[in-house]
Design a protein around this ligand. Structure first.
Ligand code: IDP
Ligand code: MG
Length: 151
């Protein structure tokens, strides 16, 4: 069913340090369902894998160091078109290109310190969720949202 679409969101170490963990919860008011949430420190190896598509970029080593430099909050959200809408709520990759009202538009300045991640496609959401979570951690629930919000 369409509503089973999942996305992976992470508050990056700078977002945690700056007290922006709460911005991960915005999706709840929007009407998505929180499937699971963790606070943990990703290892360098995990962050290398997470950003493997960028391995040939000069900023890759610095990105891995940044992302593994402190705790991250990882969240899986469920809902109709959650991948696309998650990206719209996030704003552009570069905060300088992001509109006010988006998370990148409101809370950060630098592309290399952009406080929050959200999967950019259904395929990368699947890959990232299986990288960060065990399937038993994904809590299934029949929710009223299906009928009242997603249809
Ligand atoms: P996305 O996060 O919007 O999907 P990607 O191109 O997948 O964008 O890049 C992943 C992350 O790598 C970005 O969120 C940002 O933190 C970092 N990044 C992207 N481009 C640059 C850059 O030019 N300099 C430094 N960091 C970058
Ligand atoms: Mg990406």
């Amino acid at each position: 069913r369409a509503s089973m679409e999942l996305t992976f969101l992470a508050i990056k170490p700078d977002g945690v340090q700056c007290g922006l963990m709460g911005s991960s919860i915005k999706c709840e008011k929007k009407g998505f369902r929180l499937v699971t949430m963790h606070v943990h420190r990703g290892s360098e190896e995990l962050l290398k894998q997470h950003h493997i598509d960028l391995k040939d970029h000069p900023f890759y080593p610095g990105l891995v160091t940044y992302m593994s430099s402190g705790p991250v909050v990882t969240v899986v959200w469920e809902g109709l078109n959650v991948v696309k809408t998650g990206r719209v709520m996030l704003g552009e990759t570069n905060p300088a290109d992001s509109k006010p009202g988006t998370i990148h538009g409101d809370f950060c300045i630098q592309v290399g310190r952009n406080i929050i991640h959200c999967s950019d496609s259904v395929k990368s959401a699947e890959r990232e969720i299986s990288l960060w979570f065990k399937s038993k951690e994904l809590i299934e629930l029949s929710t009223f949202l299906f009928w009242w919000v997603w249809v």
